[in-house]
Design a protein around this ligand. Structure first.
Ligand SMILES: [Zn+2]
Length: 150
C-alpha cells in the first residue's frame, strides 16, 4: 500500500480552518480520508458559530462522512493535534491513522494514541502553527473554554 501525500490531504483541513476563521470561529479544520485518497467528509470547529462545544473539526468531519463499515483504513487529518474528546473518537472507532498539522499550540492525545497503536504523523506545518497561534493570542479566553482549561 503506497503512502498517501499527507501534506496534500492537510490542505483540505486547512481550507476548513480558514473557513472557520472567516465565520468568526476557532480556526481548526479536519478531514476524514480513505487510505486510497478518497475524501469521506470534512469540517471545522463551530463552538462559536453554533454555540455548540461538541462540534470540533474532527467530530464535524466524522459526522459528515456518514456511516462507514470500518475505520481501520481511514485517515483523520486535522490542523491541530486532537483533544482527549477527539482522541477518544479515534480509538472508539478504530481510525488507523491520524495526521496532525501541528502539536505546538496543543499536544492533545497524540502520545496516548501512539501508545495504543494508532499511526500518528505530525507534519509540524508552519501555516497551521501560525494560523491557530495568532488566533489564540487574540482570543485566549475562548481557547481555554475550547480545551476545557480554567
Ligand atoms: Zn477535539
Amino acid at each position: 500500500m503506497t503512502t498517501p501525500n499527507y501534506r496534500a490531504l492537510l490542505e483540505t483541513a486547512i481550507a476548513e480552518a480558514r473557513q472557520g476563521l472567516a465565520e468568526g470561529g476557532i480556526p481548526i479544520g479536519a478531514a476524514l480520508y480513505r487510505h486510497d485518497g478518497r475524501l469521506l467528509g470534512c469540517g471545522h470547529n463551530r463552538r462559536v458559530q453554533e454555540n455548540d462545544p461538541s462540534v470540533h473539526g474532527e467530530t464535524d468531519a466524522f459526522r459528515k462522512a456518514g456511516r462507514q463499515r470500518s475505520y481501520r483504513d481511514t485517515i483523520m487529518v486535522t490542523t491541530l493535534a486532537p483533544c482527549w474528546y477527539c482522541s477518544g473518537l479515534v480509538r472508539q472507532f478504530g481510525i488507523g491513522t491520524v495526521v496532525v498539522g501541528e502539536s505546538v499550540n496543543f499536544r492533545g492525545g497524540i502520545d496516548w494514541l501512539r501508545e495504543h497503536g494508532v499511526h500518528v504523523v505530525d507534519l509540524e506545518d508552519a501555516e497551521c502553527i501560525a494560523l491557530l497561534g495568532d488566533w489564540i493570542a487574540a482570543h485566549p479566553e475562548v481557547w481555554n473554554e475550547d480545551i476545557g482549561a480554567d
